[in-house]
Design a protein. Sequence first.
Length: 171
Amino acid sequence: MPVRDDEIIQRSMDLVPEIARRMYASFTGHPLAAGRPIGQVKLMGLLYREGRCTVGDAAAGLGVTMPTASEQIDRLVDEGLLVREVNPADRRQVLVDLTPKAREFGREVHELRLRQLCAALDRLDPADRPAFLRSLEALVEALRLDQAELPPLPEGLQPMGGCPAGPRHLS
């Protein structure tokens, strides 16, 4: 019996926050992440993936304001995890980059993500793997849409009010 779209949507609504929680929890025991605000971890991840950048680029990449990005950068510089340098192409700009210690942290997290994705693919039939990728790409595309671009909810599908009763929502 095929699964109805509303059942897929509801199950997806349950899974997305769990994915985010588990992705974050998987590296919080690392000495460079333990007790660190998620914004700082995300900033180091951005610099690991994108390489050195301006404060403005870091703010845009994280979806935060320039003052918020600057504050996170200041803290990581003070801890010896980031360095600031003048942009040789435009001396008015300051570039930020990871120190070797932070780059190693990024490499370890990147390797962990690769291993997690390999484990996920191992659980799928090889014929289903392209659909997995297409699903992730479709989700990313939809998340990039402005609210005005989103379609209305299908008839019969309504947001739930409050926290539903049940043990799975209490953990």
